[in-house]
Design a protein around this ligand. Sequence first.
Ligand code: HAM
Length: 428
Amino acid sequence: MSDAKSAKIQPFAAPKGVPDYVPPASADFHAVRSTFETVIHNSGYGHIELPVFEETALFARGVGESTDVVSKEMYTFSDRGGRSVTLRPEGTAGVMRAVIEHNLDRGQLPVKLTYSGPFFRYERPQAGRYRQLQQVGVEAIGVDDPALDAEVVGLADRCYRAVGLTGYRLELTSLGDDSCRPAYRQTLQDFLFALPLDEETRKRAEINPLRVLDDKRPEVQEMLADAPLMPDHLSPAAREHFETVTGLLDDMGVEYVLNPRLVRGLDYYTKTCFEFVHDGLGAQSGIGGGGRYDGLMAQLGGQDLSGIGFGLGVDRTVLALAAEGVSPTSGRRVDVYGVPMGTAAKRTMAVVIDQLRRAGLSADMSYGDRGLKGAMKGADRAGARFALVLGEQELADGTVVLRDLGSREQREIPVAEVVATVQQALTR
Ligand code: HAM
C-alpha cells in the first residue's frame, strides 16, 4: 500500500456553531418550520424569497451600526468584484429593500409578507446560540393600525400553540415613537451618567442608553432599580396605540406580561415590541420576537411608511419542545412501510407503495435483500405507523399483511384494498 493510501484521511465536520439536522431528530425541525409556515399562510401573508447575502450597507443602515449584530457578528466579505457583501443576519432589512425595489408599497396596503430560512451571526456558540440560525418571519408594512400589531402578535402566539408548545411567556412593551423617545432617551442618559458606571457601559449609555437596561450583571441591575422606564414617558398618542394593542390581545385571549425593561438587539424598533421567552432553554431563552419599526422604510430610501413583524427562532423552538418533552411528530415520518420478501413480492410492493403515495399518504419500503427482521427494523426506524408485509404465500393469495406497529395487531387484506384500508385505519 502506498503512503498516500495508508495515511488516514480526517473526516470533515460542520463549521463551528452550525447545527446539522439529520433523521430522526430532523423530523421535528421540519414539522416546526412547516407548521409555522402553514399557520402564517392561512393569515394572508404572501411568500417572499430573499437573497441570502446583500450589500453590507443595507444591514449597517437598517439594523443599526451600534448593535452587536452589526458591529460584531456579521459575516462580511468582498466578492470577486470587490463589493462588500454580508450574509443576512436577519430578515427585516432585506424585506424592506425588496418592497422598495419592487414598488410593492405602491399597491394595496398593508403589504403582508412571510419568509423562512437561514440567517447568520458570528456569535459565541453555546446551547441554543448558533452561527447559522433558522427563522420563520413575517412583515406587515404600510398601515399604522394597532389592530395590525395585535394580529401579528397573536399570529406568533398561534404558531407556538400549533406545534404544541405551552411553557413560554409573551413579554410586551412600547418603545415609544419620535414624539416621546428623544426626550426619554435624554432623561435616561441623565440618570445613567450620574451612576458610577465602568468605561464600556458609559460608552454604551452614550450610543444607545436603552441597551444598558439590558445589562445582566446583578451589580448593574441594582443601580438600575430606579431607572426611568419608557412606558412611563409615552406621549398620549403612543400610549393610546399601546393600550389599544393590549386591549385587543385581551379580547383575543392572548396572554402576555408587560415588561417595561424589554430591550431588543436591533435598533429599528418603535412602539409595540415583544419577545417570546421560554425558561427551559437556559441563557438563550428568546424563542422569537419582533415589533414595530416605523422609521425603517424611510431610512432605507423608501416612503415614510410604518411596519411591524416578527422572527420566530426555529432552532430554539425545537429545543423548547424537547425541554417540554413534546414532539410535534412523535418521531413519525411515514404512515406506511412496505416489507416485501423476495424479488416478485418487491415488484408488487413497489406498485402498492406508489399507489399509497399517489393517494397522498406517506409511504416507504425496504430495499436490497433484507430479511424479515432487518426490514421490520427499517419500519421502526422510519417511524412508521403500519407495516405491509408481503411474503410468498400472500403473493400467491393476492393479499398482504397489514401490521399496526403500535398495538402489534395484524390482519390479512386483499392487495387491491390496501389504499382504502390504510386510509381508514389512519383515521382511527
Ligand atoms: P431577533 O430577536 O434578532 O429578531 O431574532 C428572532 C429570533 O431568532 C430570536 O428570538 C431567536 O429565537 C432566534 N435567534 C436569533 N439569534 C439566534 C442564534 N444565534 N441562534 C439561534 N437562534 C437565534 C430579528 O431577527 C428580527 N428581524 C425579527 C423581526 C421581524 N422584527 C420585526 N420583524
